[in-house]
Design a protein around this ligand. Structure first.
Ligand code: SF4
Length: 206
């Protein structure tokens, strides 16, 4: 699928969009895990403290859980995140390295498809459809997807777009959702793709 709205958005938003910092495979995977339900800049503020005390998977696997909870507390859901982080570290320490397929990644503690796709895109530099709440909302409004679950949306996008467009589409729809196509009050009157938007052209369509 080649779509005008995607072409326009892609020409507007910067080419290099990076929300989470870091290029070390384990650290990046851990950062994505910590970014659930919070802002990436908050994660980027917390991870330097984390890596100073626990620089790798082995040390993090042996970390004191209470201390981990303290460190990740600002990110919300701190008990779950600390527990998942420790379990993830233990698994990676056992494996010796982070796996490099989606199928293996989603078997790791706390790693879902969004986290796995982020990793595949950022670390492995492979095409990935990264479905989060922003992406899903904009994809529905533009008419790119109808599915309810993130898995369905990912499947529809994979079928509709060429693999070389997946990562870029993920970035620009995410950014458009954050900046313009807000959940409650989308800025449709100033939106550059309103002419191609299913929701704007036909408000009763979705
Ligand atoms: S026209 Fe409105 S609903 Fe459609 S993509 Fe733009 S901001 Fe979102």
């Amino acid at each position: 699928m080649s779509d005008e709205a995607f072409r326009i958005l892609s020409s507007i938003y910067p080419q290099d969009i990076s929300f989470l910092e870091g290029d070390d495979p384990f650290r990046f995977l851990a950062s994505v895990l910590l970014s659930a339900q919070t802002r990436d800049d908050y994660v980027n503020a917390v991870t330097p403290v984390l890596w100073k005390e626990y620089p790798d998977a082995e040390s993090l696997a042996d970390a004191d859980l209470t201390r981990l909870e303290e460190i990740v507390h600002p990110l919300g859901f701190f008990r779950t995140k600390a527990r998942n982080l420790k379990a993830l570290a233990a698994q990676i320490a056992r494996l010796g390295s982070v796996p490099d397929t989606i199928e293996e990644l989603v078997r790791l503690p706390g790693v879902g498809r969004k986290t796995a796709n982020c990793y595949v895109n950022h670390i492995l530099k492979k095409p990935a459809v990264i479905v989060d709440t922003h992406f899903s909302r904009v994809a529905h409004r533009l008419g790119y997807a109808d599915g309810e679950s993130p898995e369905e949306v990912e499947r529809e996008i994979r079928a509709a777009f060429e693999p070389q467009d997946w990562s870029r589409l993920s970035m620009v729809l995410n950014l458009h959702g954050r900046l313009v196509c807000h959940a409650r009050k989308p800025e449709c009157l100033s939106c550059p793709v309103s002419a191609y938007c299913r929701s704007f052209q036909n408000p009763h369509s979705s």
